[in-house]
Ligand binder design. Structure first.
Ligand SMILES: [Ca+2]
Length: 423
């Protein structure tokens, strides 16, 4: 949730602002009353009344934030849908190439630090640099939103109130403990802060003082921030409760060449096979490289971001660890691939198909129709995740359509007559 493409967010904020009727704003008095309901919870974890008052005395919600409840309209939803980029767009070669070149310079700059972090936590420097580059352009970006204000606003009027309420009390605890001075407590519009972007509970659970100056400073110390990211990766737990912490010495995955006549419904996180078994099905590594002998028996998942078209990947436990950091497949893939590039690896061998320019609204519509027919599409969220791809592939097989595991016009026509109940 905490990491988004900045341009999309700016446009979205603008679109929402244009679409918001001024009368929808909650009364200021409601916010004050709401703050007092948070006080007992803050007190319980050790926040003093003085810290609470100092942080909240003049606090007002920031109603310019995107996606607040009571602040969306049809036109805003439509505007948001237009900002969905196809996979190939996310994997822009120019951006990845530039980021990797800058990452290689950072690797030279931190050639003493990065091996020490890897020795301690098992996470390679190239992975941490890819995250560092992706999140804040290696510290070049300094998002200046007030973390307390953003998080309080989200807890008061956002769509994930409970989540942000917890973040809010832990943000207050950080002020109580002197982890950060109030004026320095700045971050992104999503409430994430520091060189590699943490939330308050992430800071609570993972922050380390790796440079040994007595302070856990994820804003100014590259050592502290990257080590904290490494700790977070080693402690990843999947949504279903499975520990998927980063495994020392293992890779995240590989781009692979697909066999002719590939059954794209083999792609998914509930159908692992050993690398050996994938090889038996005809999968081989891109560029004709060999798999590592010590990984041949490891469970691997087939990832097909664009279904039967576009590149294919076999990914391991460490990919799932990256996904906990940010649940989007494309984020994890971006980080894994950029890390390989920083370490001198080649670009993607296969071309991204840029298969879909579908809006989120039309994907949402297809999802609701597939659900009506009894398919499991995962979350009905307008995104083309792995369960949605498998559901489409199964549907396409049943309808004797080309099996693409990706939305096509033929799917749209075949699903066109399915009536779904209004919500
Ligand atoms: Ca430190």
């Amino acid at each position: 949730m905490r990491r988004y493409v900045v341009w999309a967010v700016n446009l979205l904020a603008l679109a929402l602002w244009l679409a918001v009727p001024a009368s929808a704003a909650p009364a200021k008095g409601d916010f004050r009353k709401w703050l007092e309901t948070v006080w007992p919870e803050a007190q319980k974890i050790g926040v003093s009344r003085a810290t609470f008052d100092a942080a909240t005395g003049k606090l007002q919600p920031d109603l310019s934030l995107p996606d607040l409840e009571g602040y969306t309209s049809k036109s805003a939803e439509k505007a948001q849908a237009e900002f969905i980029r196809p996979a190939g767009g996310y994997m822009d070669e120019k951006y990845i190439g530039a980021l990797s070149a800058a990452g290689a310079q950072q690797a030279a700059r931190y050639r003493d630090l990065l091996p020490r972090i890897e020795k301690t936590y098992g996470v390679p420097g190239s992975i941490l640099l890819a995250i560092f580059g992706r999140e804040t352009d290696f510290g070049g970006e300094h998002p200046k939103k007030s973390v307390v204000q953003v998080i309080a606003t989200e807890a008061f009027a956002g769509r994930r109130k409970q989540y942000f309420r917890e973040q809010f009390i832990w943000a207050l605890k950080m002020l109580e403990d002197g982890d950060v001075a109030p004026a320095d407590f700045t971050g992104s519009w999503a409430g994430a802060f520091g060189l590699t972007q943490f939330m308050p509970t992430g800071f609570r659970d993972y922050a380390v003082d790796f440079d040994g100056d007595g302070k856990r400073d994820v804003w100014n110390s590259v050592a502290d921030a990257l080590a904290t990211s490494a700790v977070e990766l080693t402690k990843s737990i999947d949504r279903d409760g499975t520990p998927v912490g980063w495994q020392r010495g293992k890779t995240w995955g590989y781009e692979v060449r697909k066999p002719r006549g590939l059954d794209c419904t083999l792609g998914g996180y509930d159908r692992p096979k050993s690398v050996k078994d994938w090889q038996k099905l005809g999968f081989a590594r891109a560029y004709g490289k060999a798999f590592r002998p010590d990984e041949l028996d490891d469970p691997a998942f087939l990832l097909l971001p664009e279904g039967a078209a576009g590149p294919a990947f076999l990914v391991f436990n460490n990919f799932l660890s990256l996904k906990v950091y940010n649940y989007a497949d494309l984020y994890a893939l971006f980080v894994g691939h950029t890390a390989d590039r920083i370490a001198g690896g080649p670009p993607f061998e296969a071309k991204w198909a840029e298969a879909s320019h579908l809006s989120e609204a039309s994907v949402f519509d297809l999802q609701r129709k597939l659900v009506t027919l009894g398919y499991d599409v995962g979350k009905v969220d307008g995104k083309i995740g792995w369960k949605m791809r498998i559901a489409l592939g199964d549907f396409e097989k049943k309808q004797k359509l080309p099996v693409l595991c990706y939305p096509s016009e033929a799917d749209g026509r075949a699903l066109g007559k399915v009536a779904v109940g209004t919500q």
